[in-house]
Write a protein that binds this ligand. Structure first.
Ligand SMILES: *Cc1c(COP(=O)(O)O)cnc(C)c1O
Length: 435
């Protein structure tokens, strides 16, 4: 089945207990065992079933199967937020002294996790200068456990060449982990281009309505952990946290995602609530329709901004002059995402003036909502970075990032038009007055 169909039906064939057509909310913490032997089999990961909702829950399980199917993966784990997904995805492979090699155009909190949190746990992150696969490859060594990128960088809008990055990682026996939040599986399925692990913030396009936090880790099932046993003892040696279970032997193709569940999530506890899973499932049913409109509206906004003298630059991969145009053709089927960035003529001051004048378009930090949203990354999502780190992440002081919603295009453009106001000129005194 295609992504559009899987978004509506994936992972659910009616409730086995009631035949309910909508996915029921199983708001239960625990599940009754038939016997001591049955409980032991569940805890030994020998029998399938539910034990405790921090580890798995029937409503969350439908979401996990749906996301896995939409990405074309072998299995998925859903967690309480995208950030929890990222942290647990890495924890499941980590050990003191290991490292990750990452591109530098990243979501701000991911950058903070990589540069300030993981190093305190003994896992360092080596940032390549940009997203060039050759630069990334130079940083891989015997202790590298993953190459990391965002398929479409937030907020830089760069599109990573996944095939080249996967080849670079695989040449050294390392998996490629891709945050696919901004593209969503509607526009791009990283496993088709060699990625091994996909991570999502379901909070964004997947949920789509700005109501519910959630995250997912998806396992392609294709990385051969056993062949790279020296690099991944955590999957190939008896696990003391699971009375000697060897994940790669016990689970085969889903060894990684099962370690994320039974080692990482079980102990760190950032579980997704069944109610949140239900809400995310409602959102996912319409994700393909929404993304179609998001993309169409964003193209019209990009054209409006490009032709407007009050705008000094615009970053939109749908224009042939964009350095990412060819990659958008290859990876996004010729579409460009509905996330775009621009700078107002007159720089940061005019940008802030524009930002403060927005009416319909909301000032906040989120993306992928049905509503059009605007953010100023340098003062919010990427504020913790130094000026040099911001530039490396593709964030300039004057950058305004827009996430174009599904409203009528005329209303979106009318708001942009009024907020841009009069063309500022250095002699008008307006910029100085604002600063
Ligand atoms: C929002 C976002 C995250 C974090 O997700 P939360 O659900 O907010 O924790 C991670 N990566 C990207 C690309 C994001 O846009």
């Amino acid at each position: 089945m295609r992504t559009e169909t899987l978004a509506v039906h994936g992972g659910y064939d009616g409730d086995p207990a009631t035949r309910a057509v909508a996915v029921p909310i199983y708001q239960s913490v625990a599940y009754e065992f038939d016997s001591a032997e049955h409980a032991a089999a569940l805890f030994n990961l020998e029998a399938e079933g539910f034990r405790y909702s921090r580890i798995s829950n029937p409503t969350v399980a439908v979401l996990e199967r749906r996301v896995a199917q939409m990405e074309g993966g072998a299995g998925a784990l859903c967690l309480g937020s995208g950030q929890a997904a990222l942290h647990n995805a890495i924890l499941a492979l980590s050990d003191v002294g290991r490292n990750i090699v990452s591109v530098s155009q990243l979501y701000g909190t991911t950058h903070t996790l990589f540069s300030h949190v993981l190093p305190r746990l003994g896992v360092t992150v080596r940032f390549a200068a940009g997203d060039d696969a050759a630069e990334v490859e130079k940083l891989i060594d015997a202790n590298t456990i993953a190459v990391f990128c965002e398929s479409v960088g937030n907020p830089a809008g760069n599109i990573c060449d996944l095939e080249l990055l996967a080849n670079a990682a695989h040449a050294h026996g390392v998996p490629l982990m891709v945050d696919n939040t901004v593209a969503s599986p509607v526009l791009l399925r990283p496993f088709e281009f060699g990625a091994d692990i996909v991570v999502h913030s379901l909070t964004k396009f997947m949920g789509g309505h700005g109501t519910t936090l959630g995250g997912a880790i998806v396992d392609s099932g294709r990385f051969d952990w056993r062949r790279h046993a020296a690099r991944f003892p955590v999957l190939n040696q008896p696990d003391a946290s699971y009375h000697g279970l060897i994940f790669a032997e016990h689970f085969g193709p889903t060894a990684y995602v099962e370690r994320c569940r039974n080692f990482s999530l079980r102990t760190t506890g950032a579980a997704l609530s069944p109610l949140s899973a239900f809400l995310l499932l409602q959102g996912i049913e319409t994700v393909a329709l929404r993304v179609e409109r998001h993309v169409e509206n964003a193209r019209k906004v990009a054209e409006f901004l490009r032709n407007d003298p009050r705008v000094s630059w615009i970053n939109y991969a749908g224009f042939p002059e964009s350095p990412y145009y060819a990659l958008a053709q290859k990876y996004l089927g010729g579409q460009a995402c509905s996330l775009l960035a621009f700078g107002a003529a007159g720089g940061e001051a005019h940008g802030k003036q524009f930002y403060n004048a927005l009416g319909l378009i909301k000032r906040l930090v989120n993306l992928g909502d049905a509503k059009s949203l605007a953010c100023h990354p340098a003062s919010t999502t990427h504020r913790q970075m130094t000026a040099a780190e911001q530039l490396q992440a593709g964030v300039t002081p004057d950058m305004i990032r827009l996430s174009i919603g599904i409203e009528h295009i005329d209303d979106i453009i009318a708001d942009l038009d009024q907020a841009l106001g009069e063309l500022p000129t250095p002699s008008s005194g307006k910029i100085e007055a604002f600063a």
